[in-house]
Design a binder for this molecule. Structure first.
Ligand code: 5GP
Length: 161
């Protein structure tokens, strides 16, 4: 009996280590729909539980540098509200939240000095989109040519970032 209990907790312990490591190493995708997970990494950044290099903030929007940039400029632009992806944001967000988010994308592009050279805005949703963080975010990419026809995940594999 004691042996089974010890075995059970050993397996549980190993899984609690292996699963997060697998997720970090392979960038597991998440669903773009479903209940909002308050413990996702961007929710923690919004609560200031983990640090981020913030480049822009307004009442409803936060923008910060991606931790693994794939272009010289790689900013993540997120709503402060709890939206899992563009699906529930487009359904449930207020007009002011939507307006501020869209306006912020232009403001940040100008602030990062990529308005003239050009940039790409991308938002991944769900498994096929390659979304890994279940809080709506827009990737603002620039500073060099962005091959928009490649998926973000594919670029990451190629560059090793
Ligand atoms: P997705 O794969 O969901 O489209 O994009 C998630 C992005 O979040 C990735 O580009 C990844 O590098 C970035 N990311 C993941 N964790 C963190 C973090 O803790 N801090 C920051 N700044 N970016 C993160």
């Amino acid at each position: 009996m004691l042996k089974s209990i010890v075995l059970f907790f050993t397996v549980l312990f190993l899984f609690s280590i292996i699963l997060p490591l697998k997720s970090i190493a392979f960038g597991d995708t998440v669903s773009g729909i479903g209940q909002y997970d308050k413990n996702n990494v961007f929710a923690k950044i919004l609560r200031k539980e983990i640090p981020a290099t913030v480049v822009f903030e307004s009442e409803h929007v936060l923008a910060f540098e991606d931790i693994h940039p794939i272009k010289p400029i790689h900013i993540l632009v997120i709503p402060k509200g709890s939206y899992r992806s563009i699906l529930d944001f487009s359904e449930k967000a207020s007009d002011i939240e939507i307006t501020q988010l869209i306006k912020a994308l232009g403001t940040i592009a100008k602030k990062m000095n990529i308005a003239k050279s050009g940039f790409s805005i991308m938002s991944n949703s769900g498994h096929d989109g390659g979304q890994t963080v279940p809080h709506l975010h827009f990737h603002l990419l620039g500073g060099e040519k962005v091959a928009w026809e490649q998926s973000l995940r594919h670029q990451k594999k190629e560059t090793g970032n």
